[in-house]
Design a protein. Structure first.
Length: 127
């Protein structure tokens, strides 16, 4: 897929001057603006460079999130979310910090028990 740098740069200009403030909380699933990444990194799949992410934690004015997908791969880094109607997986190896300006809209909030399971799985893989 050919990268459309001009379209992304125009969107970045709009994002940079965004004055809208969101109240983003842990456990929430949001659509965020992402650009085309390299190699095995997850990138945008929806229209307008958007991808769903699960918010893990707020760190100052940034948010630690995990990219989500509907495509499962047979390895330890894909964890199925049972709280969601259609097949949804978090990609545990794809944690990334995002500025609040990249957040577009809230999709839903993950069940507390499901979120605890994600946290436990992360701890076993990362530490």
């Amino acid at each position: 897929m050919e990268k459309d740098f001009d379209k992304w740069n125009e969107l970045k200009k709009k994002i940079n001057f965004c004055k809208q403030k969101f109240y983003i909380k842990q456990r929430e699933i949001w659509s965020v603006k992402m650009w085309k990444n390299v190699w095995f990194e997850e990138d945008w799949k929806w229209k307008d460079f958007e991808r769903p992410v699960l918010v893990l934690k707020k760190i100052w004015i940034m948010y630690l999130c995990i990219a989500m997908t509907t495509q499962w791969k047979n390895n330890d880094f894909y964890y199925k979310l049972w709280d969601i109607e259609k097949d949804s997986f978090v990609i545990l190896s794809q944690a990334k910090l995002f500025d609040f300006k990249r957040f577009h809209y809230k999709i839903r909030t993950l069940d507390q028990n499901e979120f605890i399971k994600v946290q436990k799985k992360l701890k076993t893989l990362w530490f």
